[in-house]
Design a protein around this ligand. Structure first.
Ligand code: URA
Ligand code: ZN
Length: 369
């Protein structure tokens, strides 16, 4: 790359409900669903209800959630050159095995089309598409391993899909289920990045009875779910058996960076687990990738410092189209805050910042090839 090459800003945490998926949600009468309501001033509105104990009648949704032109406009407005787009939660979790298998394949093809027909951007001596994607696997109870493996192969052959987004349930027993070993094996061999993303949070009873909107499930429930799922992956030895597996954790890994030494100590003192793993728990943290969706410089710095994660394993994200501003503004606060946080991490050099903003994603997803 030439010295003057433009530094690309790459968003690796950005979602879509593809039109086929949004139609399915509109056809449903139970959660997850999109329903039509009329607001108190008589305006028709669509609302998205995806959580089991969805507060406040869900969230208003519009074209930002499914229209590719809206994604590109959002990117332009925030100076984002490239996005690696993923289907938003709850993916295929609520479907029967045959329906999940069919829809996974259709949505993977839809996303490939969404990306492959996107405009290009260039930097130095390469030119790449502005949109790439994470595919979906039919990870639901009663799915056969061969159906999941077929979908891993499908994703691996779609040139603009560079990974897959995965929830925390696996095929019903979570991500420490030994039945997933052939799936981890295939993903590792195909060199696909696994984006581990929450949906279920924690038991809603712990949120009490006061109406706090979506604050508790999103601020705490989501990252706690990711923390538990990633810890179970570590404890099950998946990262010993599949050392080249690349796991990218949503929301900067939740509470895992803050709890890693406690986790290591609990393992060391547990007669059942102490001799199970090849390494100290903190070693596995150093093998993970984290998004930079934490909104504060202290949190970003903390997530990678002293855990051998290093800034090279952290990548900018927006969580678009979630967290829109409550009153209309040119730029979204949720995006501006994440960029400012990256800029202000104590001790980060220009190279660290440029890496987190784009260079790390270009390398991880092999985008310049
Ligand atoms: N971000 C997401 O990805 N999903 C939600 O449901 C809310 C915020
Ligand atoms: Zn998200």
């Amino acid at each position: 790359m030439s010295a003057t090459a433009k530094k690309l800003l790459v968003d690796i945490h950005t979602h879509v409900y593809l039109p086929r998926y949004a139609s399915l949600l509109r056809s449903r009468s139970s959660v997850p669903k999109i329903c039509s309501v009329t607001t108190s001033d008589g305006t028709p509105q669509e609302r998205l209800l995806i959580l089991n104990h969805e507060p406040s009648g869900g969230r208003p949704v519009g074209p930002q959630y499914w229209d590719r032109e809206e994604k590109l406009k959002f990117m332009d407005r925030h100076g984002i050159d490239v996005s690696i787009v993923s289907t938003a939660n709850p993916w295929l979790d609520f479907l029967s095995a045959p329906d999940a298998q069919t829809l996974a394949s259709e949505l993977n093809n839809d996303l490939e089309q969404y990306c492959s027909t996107s405009p290009r951007t260039s930097s130095g001596n390469y030119s790449i598409k502005r949109l790439y994607g994470f595919g979906l696997l039919p990870l639901v109870p009663e799915i056969t391993t061969s159906a999941v493996l077929d979908t891993v192969n499908q994703i691996a052959q779609l040139p603009h899909l560079r990974g897959l987004i995965m929830g925390t349930k696996g095929i019903g027993k979570g991500l420490d289920d030994a039945a997933l070993d052939p799936v981890w094996d295939a993903i590792e061999k195909a060199q696909l990045v696994v984006f581990l993303h929450p949906h279920y949070g924690v038991n809603a009873e712990v949120w009490g009875e006061v109406n706090n909107g979506h604050v508790l499930p999103l601020a705490l429930g989501f990252p706690f779910e990711t923390t538990i799922a990633a810890t179970r992956v570590i404890l099950s030895g998946v990262l010993d058996r599949f050392p080249s597996l690349r796991l990218l954790l949503a929301h900067s890994g939740g509470a895992l960076p803050a709890l890693s030494s406690r986790l290591a100590s609990c393992i060391d003192h547990d007669p059942i687990v102490a001799s199970r793993l090849k390494h100290d728990a903190r070693y596995y943290l150093g093998k993970l990738y984290l998004d930079a969706v934490a909104y504060g410089p202290e949190e970003l710095g903390f997530a990678i410092l002293n855990r051998s994660i290093g800034s090279k394993r952290m990548l900018f994200g927006t969580d678009h189209p979630f967290f829109p501003p409550l009153t209309s503004t040119e730029k979204w606060k949720s995006v501006v805050e994440n960029l400012e946080a990256i800029d202000r991490v104590q001790g980060w050099s220009r190279e660290d910042i440029d890496g987190v903003c784009g260079a790390n994603a270009l390398a991880l997803f092999n985008l310049t090839q």
